[in-house]
Design a protein around this ligand. Structure first.
Ligand SMILES: Cc1ncc(COP(=O)(O)O)c(C=O)c1O
Length: 411
């Protein structure tokens, strides 16, 4: 038995792969799907979860709000304990709502309150463009100038990832908000969220995280780390389908502050009086108080079906396999022994999740096209980067092995 076969044989999570739909090549073989950092695969349980809601809608109409198998009125609450466990929060600190960029804006409405002395926002250079657009628009919305109010932490000369010390030393009393990715989408670098939060709080800043590439990828302890707020999408590692409903965390010390400025909607109104339809907004405590609209149940059903899987396995077991799987992939890439490519993701496992970002020095696009032609689904980022994410839930060591074989010949 070769190495990857014995690794697969001894993988305690190996049976979960069969719980997912794996896309097929034209000749009916499983693709080597390494793109769960972009769009996670569909759990087999999702279709029946959605069908349940369609059936209840068909049979009950509006009565489904109260009499569906999973009544729609409190539907988002069914997800709360699982979401809380996933990100290391108290149930009152999390809510499934809206989409990621929208939640980042809602959080900034409440937590970015610039003054003449404290108006800056720190982000990582090379943050996902939507985050940068959102931050720039918030700065301008408050009448400040991004050239003075936006600080982007850059890698040192000749390097591609960041040093925690460089993040810490940029923080001072002029900074209102630090909004960092938990894992950078491009480099795959995982940041020390606890240390960034401590450094920010020491200077009186609010600290929030975009966890799009961290949720479902690495264990999180948002409450314990004392993070002020966080938001994440559910369609990457959380396998809840394209554009599906996102998640949001607000630390309990803020969740019960009715005086925080916020953009309000009826779903954030006190649940006990919401249907009295009064003219004045009275906020419901906790993260739920940031909800705006009654949520899309079909999307929540997909998130619920997926979270049930994470809840059964637990992030620690997933991380354990993830470290082995990505470590195996890295060692196989090293064994190619070529300087035609390099991996920009940190080698230090404390600084990465499952993704490796490979820089192909010449003809990268041609290499990527050859991978695609050979049944690999991964992604290409201009100008020279192939991102691959072996996901511990459904990828095997064989996937990693086959990827490296095809990559070697494509090079
Ligand atoms: C890090 C990060 N932030 C924000 C977004 C934007 O997400 P959405 O379109 O759900 O708002 C993405 C999407 O891929 C992302 O990767």
């Amino acid at each position: 038995m070769s190495n990857y076969q014995s690794l697969d044989a001894n993988d305690p999570l190996k049976t979960w792969r069969s719980q997912f739909h794996i896309p097929k090549t034209k000749d009916g073989q499983d693709c080597i799907y390494l793109c769960g950092n972009s769009l996670g695969l569909q759990p087999k349980a999702t279709a029946s979860a959605l069908q349940q809601e369609l059936t209840d809608w068909q049979n009950l109409g509006v009565e489904g709000h109260f009499h569906a198998k999973n009544p729609w009125m409190p539907y988002h609450e069914f997800l709360t304990p699982m979401l809380a466990k996933l990100v290391g929060a108290k149930p009152s600190e999390v809510v499934a709502m809206n989409t990621l960029t929208l939640n980042l804006h809602l959080m900034m409405v409440s937590f970015y309150r610039p003054t003449a002395k404290r108006h800056k926002i720190i982000i990582e250079a090379g943050a996902f463009p939507s985050d940068r657009y959102a931050v720039l628009s918030q700065i301008r919305f408050h009448g400040f100038d991004p050239s003075a109010s936006l600080i982007e932490i850059r890698p040192r000369s000749g390097e591609t990832t960041l040093h925690i010390e460089d993040i810490e030393s940029a923080i001072d009393e002029s900074v209102a908000l630090i909004l960092f990715g938990g894992v950078n989408y491009y480099t795959g670098q995982l940041f020390d969220m606890q240390r960034i939060t401590e450094a920010g709080h020491a200077k009186g800043c609010i600290v929030g995280f975009d966890l799009a590439h961290a949720a479902g990828n690495i264990p999180l302890h948002l409450h314990e780390w004392d993070v002020d707020f966080a938001a994440w999408c559910s369609y990457k590692y959380l396998n809840s389908g394209p554009g599906s409903i996102a998640g949001c965390f607000v630390h309990e010390r803020h969740g019960n502050s009715p005086d925080l400025p916020r953009f309000a909607g009826w779903w954030g109104h006190d649940k006990t009086t919401r249907f009295k339809m009064g003219p004045d907004f009275s906020v419901t405590p906790g993260a739920e108080g940031w909800q705006l609209s009654n949520p899309p149940i079909l999307s929540l059903a997909a998130v619920k079906a997926s979270l049930e899987i994470f809840d059964k396995i637990g992030m620690d077991a997933l991380r354990e396999k993830s470290l082995k799987l990505t470590g195996y992939l890295e060692s196989q890439l090293d064994a190619i022994g070529s300087n035609a490519f390099s991996v920009m993701t940190p080698r230090d496992t404390k600084q990465r999740g499952c993704q490796l970002s490979i820089v192909v020095k010449k003809d990268g696009r041609r290499v990527f096209d050859a991978l695609t032609a050979n049944g690999i689904i991964c992604d290409w980022r201009e100008p020279d980067c192939i991102r691959i994410a072996p996901v511990p839930l459904y990828n095997s060591f064989e996937d990693a092995h086959r990827f490296v074989e095809i990559f070697r010949s494509a090079l």
